[in-house]
Ligand binder design. Structure first.
Ligand code: OGA
Ligand code: MN
Length: 224
């Protein structure tokens, strides 16, 4: 197993020239979308790993809500997931990049981001994820949401776009993200409503969240 160190040439795996625009986007609108953000080979390795997990039936149907309120609601959310667990070099590379991004965002925005959690997601044909926020104001420990898309040559009529809505005018769509491999989106978890439109083809991605530690009264916030 090759350990990933700070010296690993991370710049080989992402287009870090997009960082200033990413920071600006978060500050100005609360969101950013960059095409060709991540190296195609790393995206392919991540997609192959997700497809292996899918074929091994190692994905779990995604639930909504937390704690006692967790339920399966196919009418709200239709993906199946697997939490990243550092099993593969590709995962460790991606997590190292997100660690670097976390540091960059903290330096630029004093955001106090503390950790990153992420899962692979597989949407079968017909699946969608209705409009939602990734966290709620006040109890937000998910601060910034991220999505990396892994679908090479996604057709224009493939569906499965992510629609982002305006922070203040939540009915106004402000971006529609084609889930093409290498495209990376991020947005403020408690500000930006978003949805996954019904997909026509199997659709693969990695959804992740930068978190702040929300320990309260000696109770450590659970990781998931
Ligand atoms: C999510 C989510 C968007 C996407 O998993 O919370 O909104 O495009 N995903 O996969
Ligand atoms: Mn979401």
């Amino acid at each position: 197993m090759t350990p990933i160190t700070a010296n690993d040439a991370l710049h080989d795996f992402w287009d870090s020239a997009q960082l200033p625009a990413l920071i600006d986007g978060l500050v100005e609108h609360g969101w950013y979308v960059g095409e060709g953000f991540l190296d195609v080979t790393l995206c392919r390795e991540l997609r192959e790993e997700l497809e292996r997990l899918h074929h091994l039936a190692a994905l779990q149907e995604a639930a909504i809500g937390r704690g006692d309120e967790r339920t399966l609601r196919r009418d709200i959310r239709g993906d199946a997931i697997h939490w990243l667990d550092r099993e593969s070099l590709a995962q460790r590379r991606y997590l190292a990049l997100m660690g670097e991004l976390q540091q960059q965002i903290n330096v630029a925005l004093y955001a106090g981001l503390f950790e990153f959690e992420a899962h692979f997601a597989h949407y079968p044909p017909g699946a969608f994820y209705r409009k939602h926020y990734d966290s709620f104001r006040g109890r937000a420990n998910r601060i910034i949401s991220t999505v990396l898309y892994l679908n090479p040559d996604w057709p224009t009529d493939g569906g499965g776009e992510m629609a982002l809505y305006d922070e203040h005018d939540t009915e106004r769509e402000v971006a529609r993200v084609h889930p093409e491999a290498g495209t990376f989106a991020c947005f403020l978890s408690d500000r930006i409503p978003h949805e996954v439109l019904p997909t026509r083809l199997p659709r693969v991605s990695i959804a992740g969240w930068f978190r702040r530690n929300a320990s309260l009264g000696g109770v450590i916030d659970p990781a998931r």
